[in-house]
Design a protein. Sequence first.
Length: 65
Amino acid sequence: MQKLFLILGIVFLLVGLLFPILKKIPFGRLPGDIFIETEKFSFAFPVITCLVLSVIATVIFNIYK
């Protein structure tokens, strides 16, 4: 459990430091993501982004198993 928290802390630190660069990556705006926007309502369901992040997390957690 300690190893997991250490890894998550390092990941959060890196994301925080690299945030200006990371916000240019089109996560949340990939083809296949659903966006519905009207004058009074907006809805976002990032289907493909969720799948991509799930695959990445699965690979990372299986490496450090």
